[in-house]
Design a protein around this ligand. Structure first.
Ligand code: NAI
Length: 286
């Protein structure tokens, strides 16, 4: 199936950029969020982003106005999905919330619609059985910032049909992304397994008082050639996300080693969730 119409559910950190990226690649896109403030922010972002690209000479005026024409931010989920070939879910990283959403999507989407989750860690087999179309439910994992990062991880669990995977891989390529296909479901997919190892060690070193977070970032960048340090990346992807991911993993495994680190719990409780709120490990207000 050739995908031409995409719905994005959740216009937060990830959703609004996935939506804009798809609209700039020629898809008809509808994006929704339960929070009207987030939706308004997403609309302003899309406008500004496209204007800036034109000013910088990176995008023609025609391409920018075409992208805006392709993109609608809508207040209800029903409006967003009514004609969608593909839905990409980008809401909070909580299994029960996602299952509820997918059960509803199954009811309100056309029969042919593929339902993909952008979840960082939750494999789609945990969600697919909330629907009556498990063969059309898969992981399509973008990276932050979604307008910039090329990689998309597509995961084919046992329940996912070849047709679904082919359509999603092709849609990712049309979005000018570089998709990789995982033939098995595995916690953390490829990239987050690699990332988690570095992040856990960085947090452990900080909690042990071995070095400041700034120096740990400096070490990762200057000693390992990483483009940004683990704490800068935590601020970018969201301390709240790291907290929820840790709690979900701990709930499942019961292993105290999987609990979010004391520093992550403290930052989460204080509301210092990273760049999106102006303060995380670093201060973004100044
Ligand atoms: P976010 O918290 O920035 O955005 C989530 C948005 O979903 C919020 O604006 C919220 O109002 C909205 N929402 C919640 N329930 C909803 C519903 N039922 N219907 C419509 N909108 C709803 O979260 P973020 O960071 O964008 O993460 C979203 C998903 O993407 C998560 O599953 C996360 O694991 C995944 N992800 C996040 C990355 C990151 O770096 N932040 C990277 C890759 C994947």
């Amino acid at each position: 199936m050739e995908i031409t119409k995409i719905a994005i559910i959740g216009a937060g950190n990830m959703g609004h950029q996935i939506a804009l990226c798809a609209a700039m690649s020629g898809f008809q896109v509808k994006c929704t969020d339960t929070n009207p403030d987030i939706l308004a922010k997403a609309i302003a972002f899309a406008d500004n982003y496209l204007k800036e690209r034109v000013i910088k000479g990176k995008l023609s005026e025609e391409a920018a106005s075409q992208a805006l024409e392709n993109l609608a931010f809508v207040p209800t989920i029903e409006e967003a999905v009514v004609e969608a070939d593909l839905v990409i879910e980008a809401i909070i990283e909580k299994l029960e919330v996602k299952r509820k959403l997918f059960a509803n999507l199954d009811k309100i989407c056309p029969a042919h619609t593929i339902l993909a989750t952008n979840s960082s860690y939750i494999v789609s087999s945990k969600i697919a059985d909330a629907t009556n179309r498990p063969e059309k439910v898969c992981n399509m994992h973008f990276f932050n910032p979604a307008l910039v990062m090329k990689l998309v991880e597509v995961v084919q669990g046992l329940h996912v049909s070849e047709e679904t995977v082919d359509s999603v891989m092709n849609a990712a390529k049309k979005m000018n992304k570089t998709p990789v296909l995982l033939h098995k479901e595995i916690y953390g997919f490829l990239v987050n397994r690699l990332l988690q190892a570095t992040r856990q060690e960085a947090l452990k070193l900080l909690d042990m008082g071995v070095a400041s977070f700034e120096d740990i970032d400096t070490a990762a960048m200057n000693g390992l050639g990483y483009p940004m340090g683990p704490f800068q990346l935590l601020d970018l992807t969201g301390v709240d996300l790291a907290y929820h991911v840790g709690m979900e993993k701990y709930k499942e495994s019961g292993d105290p080693a999987d609990r979010p680190s004391p520093t992550v719990v403290e930052k989460f409780t204080k509301g210092e969730w990273g760049k999106k709120v102006g303060k995380g490990f670093y201060d973004y207000e100044q």
